[in-house]
Design a protein around this ligand. Structure first.
Ligand code: FAD
Length: 324
């Protein structure tokens, strides 16, 4: 039998949420391994905004600093992909796991944090993927300020309807909503669009016009072109939850589809397994993901502490102090 490395906690995913959990755990003197495939969601964006004291920092530099901080407390951060998390058959203890990496290595973990993020499934229109995070945007809180007062377009989405266009109208008075495949809007949305001064274009969008590496317009399927310098679109937000579903974790329905069911600390329905950040919620921005990681890290430290104390408490002490 080969000896398996053992950690108190393995964190799957080294984005903001996972590194934040690892930082708290390392500072609580827990042994932590972070396995990270290195594809954070905001990688296509050159700058990250709305993060107090780090506003405008490149996302890659932010995570590099996070890895440095985790390592300073003894945490290990490795590049790789976790392919499976299974209950550890050898120890047989509830909440203990065998974690398999894509290099074939397996490690033992007492607790698991799944911080794998989500996948943005973009509208399959020409140009959207290439411009994603640059001048095709999804979140006005992240990048609205940078395109304020510009000629903005919004692609209506079957789930969000006109909501995004109404939000974006806070950042510019020149907003056009492209209905694309959305055929109907509620009367209230039409009234709000009129009140916000949002223009509405019916008909399907065919793609984007890009000149000198800059978005200049939206081309309709019928050939019409509307000059626009930035476009907002709502991707389908799909959690990377295959490790959780394989463990039998329950999901809950959200307006954006099923997400892992978690308690306020991120604990899933599987004892010993936490899910944080975008893996557990589609609306988590960087600071929220960091906060979720922190909460999970603190909860795991407490849970390990008390479960170990309860296991090792001498019989017959009946809650009284054993020394003194
Ligand atoms: C284009 C764009 C721009 C954005 N800009 C901003 C902004 O300006 N401000 C802001 O607050 N938010 C922004 N966001 C949102 C931000 O990206 C998320 O809030 C944040 O990334 C969530 O952190 P996370 O740790 O949950 O997930 P992620 O950052 O996505 O990290 C998850 C990590 O887990 C890894 N992983 C996945 N599966 C595995 C596996 N099986 N094994 C090992 N590793 C795995 C991934 O490779 C990735 O590195 C933006 C999002 C997008 C799409």
């Amino acid at each position: 039998m080969t000896h398996m490395s053992s950690y108190e906690v393995v964190v799957v995913g080294g984005g903001t949420a996972g590194l934040s959990a690892a930082l708290v755990l390392g500072r609580a003197r827990r042994s932590v391994l972070v396995v990270d495939a290195g594809e954070p969601r905001n990688a296509p964006a050159a700058h990250m905004y709305g993060v107090l004291s780090r506003d405008g920092m490149p996302p890659g530099a932010f995570l590099a600093e996070g890895r440095r901080e985790v390592r300073a407390y003894g945490g290990e951060v490795v590049q790789g992909r976790v392919t499976a998390v299974r209950p550890d058959g050898e120890t047989g203890s509830q909440g203990e796991f065998e974690v398999t990496l894509d290099d074939g290595r397996s490690v033992h973990a007492r607790r698991i944090v799944v911080a794998t993020g989500l996948v943005d499934e973009l509208p399959g229109l020409p140009g959207f993927a290439e411009r994603w995070g640059r001048d095709v945007l999804h979140c006005p809180y992240c990048h609205g300020w940078e395109v304020r007062d510009e000629a903005l377009g919004v692609l209506a989405s079957p789930v969000m309807g006109a909501h995004q266009a109404l939000m974006v109208s806070q950042w510019s008075k020149d907003v056009t909503l492209f209905l694309h495949t959305v055929r109907e809007l509620p009367d209230q949305e039409w009234r709000r669009l009129a009140a916000a001064g949002v223009s509405v274009v019916e008909g399907e969008v065919g793609g984007l016009v890009v000149e000198d590496d800059q978005l200049t317009g939206v081309r309709m399927a019928d050939g019409r072109v509307f000059p626009r310098t930035a476009m907002f679109a709502a991707p389908r937000l799909v959690p990377r939850d295959t490790l959780l579903t394989a463990l039998g974790a329950e999901t809950q329905d959200t307006p954006l589809g099923p997400y892992p069911a978690v308690d306020p600390t991120g604990l899933t329905s599987v004892p010993g397994v936490w899910a944080v950040g975008n893996a557990a919620g589609p609306m988590e921005q960087v600071v929220n993901a960091a906060s979720a990681g922190y909460r999970a890290g603190a909860a795991i430290n407490g849970e390990l502490l008390f479960s170990d104390l309860d296991r090792s408490a001498p019989d017959g002490t009946d809650g009284q102090a054993v020394s003194g």
